[in-house]
Design a protein around this ligand. Structure first.
Ligand code: SF4
Ligand code: SF4
Length: 348
């Protein structure tokens, strides 16, 4: 890890160098909610001034850029009485993420464990992931963020460079050669001891703002013991089975594959679509049998995948504590409350 520091105005120069030949995605304001708070989204940007680096959590995560909701895996066409198969990984241009928060970087790191580093990597994800450059940025904690409980409030890897706002300057942590070489194009300097102290103070100030918490002590074991608990039925009765929680989750990756043949029988496509384990047909198999027909069994499955199965496989939870699912759930189902009720604490 190499550390540098640079004046804020230099970031615009860096953006212009990066945007000259690459697709850049950053957080922008797309409107206001009913309380007049800004709503942010990740979108392609060409103007540095449209990026809001002091943004709060976006409604949707950045995953649509590397794990799209719909993606054609292959297309088929009849030509000269032969089938032609085409595969497009949709990763022809490098993608620069300009300002990802630690929780979203950690979400990518978790997805990598399944889709990049597993025995069967997903080539569509791998192609996009390897063509990415990530600039992380420190976040503005919100009342619903419990990332600190999940160990996702700081990112140790999964980025090329990470900038922290120190007032008039940015402190930058550099992890890759690519970032180091890009930074040669702007004016940076070696941080002094006082800059390191300022960095630590800024982290301490930020940490004070995390208020939501989840007690993860022995959680996987507790889930084993509470598998038959009535609390799952109580939460399941509230759940609308809408699937929104998975759509907004930066770490949900389950998908289904659909094959469609055009009406002229001359072309066809195989499409991957992200699924949600809370939807009624998630565990339905050929012949019509549904392994989880009740809402509570599907909601429970989601929690056991995140906080039990993934922990057994990878020694960590599949939840980064971004709080997006709870903020988007029309039934008001929030991870900290569900976990507290399972632990025998606050009942709903
Ligand atoms: S968003 Fe809420 S209501 Fe919808 S499926 Fe998820 S938990 Fe159920
Ligand atoms: S389960 Fe909810 S809080 Fe956890 S990563 Fe997904 S959206 Fe964020």
């Amino acid at each position: 890890m190499i550390f540098r520091i640079f004046e804020k105005k230099e970031l615009k120069n860096l953006f212009e160098i990066l945007a000259a030949h690459n697709k850049v995605v950053g957080p922008v304001e797309i409107g206001k909610d009913k309380q007049c708070n800004p709503i942010y989204a990740f979108t392609e940007v060409s103007d540095f001034n449209s990026i809001k680096l002091d943004y709060t959590t976006t409604k949707l995560p950045a995953k649509r850029y590397f794990l799209p909701f719909h993606e054609d895996l292959s297309t088929f066409r009849i030509k000269d009485n032969n089938w032609q198969k085409t595969i497009d990984y949709n990763a022809d241009r490098p993608l620069i993420f300009f300002g990802l928060h630690p929780c979203d970087i950690n979400a990518l790191n978790k997805l990598d464990k399944v889709l990049l580093h597993s025995v069967f990597p997903m080539p569509y994800y791998v192609a996009k992931r390897k063509n990415m450059f990530i600039i992380g940025i420190d976040c503005v904690p919100q009342p619903f963020c419990f990332c600190r409980s999940m160990g996702s409030d700081t990112a140790l890897h999964g980025f090329d460079m990470f900038i922290t706002n120190l007032g008039t300057r940015y402190f930058v942590e550099i992890l890759t050669d690519t970032a180091y070489n890009f930074l040669k194009n702007i004016k940076t300097e070696e941080p002094k001891e006082k800059d390191h102290i300022l960095y630590m103070k800024s982290a301490a100030e930020r940490n004070k703002k995390f208020t939501a918490k989840v007690d993860t002590t022995d959680l996987a074991k507790i889930l084993d013991m509470e598998f038959q608990s009535d609390v799952w039925k109580q939460w399941g009765d509230k759940c609308l089975a809408c699937g929104t929680c998975a759509n907004v989750c930066p770490t949900c990756y389950c998908y289904g594959v659909e094959e469609t043949v055009d009406i002229n029988l001359k072309s066809a496509r195989k499409t991957k679509m992200l699924h949600s384990c809370n939807l009624i047909d998630f565990a339905e198999v050929a012949g019509g049998h549904n392994f989880r027909p009740e809402r509570h069994s599907r909601l429970k499955y989601r929690y056991y995948h995140k906080h039990r199965g993934f922990v057994e496989a990878f020694e960590e939870s599949l939840c980064v504590g971004c709080g997006r699912c709870g903020e988007s759930c029309l039934a008001g189902i929030k991870v900290p409350e569900v976990i507290a009720s399972v632990r025998g604490g606050k009942k709903r």
